[in-house]
Design a protein. Sequence first.
Length: 165
Amino acid sequence: IETMSAPDEIRAAAEAAIRVGLPYTYTGSFDTAGRTMMGLLPKDIHGVTDGLSQAPLGVGANCGVGASDILASLLDMTEAKPEATVIVKGNCGIPEFRGTEIHYSGTPELMADYVRLAVDGGAKIIGGCCGTSFQHLAAMRKALDAHTKADRPTVAAIVERIGPM
C-alpha cells in the first residue's frame, strides 16, 4: 500500500489486506512541507493502523519529493519509533520537462549516497520511486554491499551530501 495521503485511506487499504489474509506495509507521500496532502506528519504514520487485528510489516514514505526531503521524513519516523521497520522509496531527483519527456535530476551516485544515508538514518527497507532506473538500483545495491552503518545523519549532513530540500 503506497503513496497514501490520508489516514482513512491507509486504514481502508489495510483492512482490505487483512480481510483477504495478506500481510501489508504502507507508505505515505510527504511533500516539501513535510506532510501528506491531507496533513499527516511522518512521525504520526506509525499509529494509523493501531487497533486493527493485524499490524503492518513496515511503514514509511515513498514518492512525493527528492532524496533529501524523504530522508528528513525518515529521521522523523525513526525518531518517533526507533524499533519500527521503516521503509523509504525516494524519487530519483526532481522531475523536469525536457522537450516532451520527463527527466529526473538524480544520478546513480546521488542514489548511492541516498541509500547509505537511509541505512544510517534507520531505514530497514530502501528503494527508489519515480525516475529510478536499473542503473540507479545497481548503484544503490553496490553502495549497500560496501556500506558499514555510520552515525545517524542530521538534516544538515543530508543536505550537505546530496543537496537541498
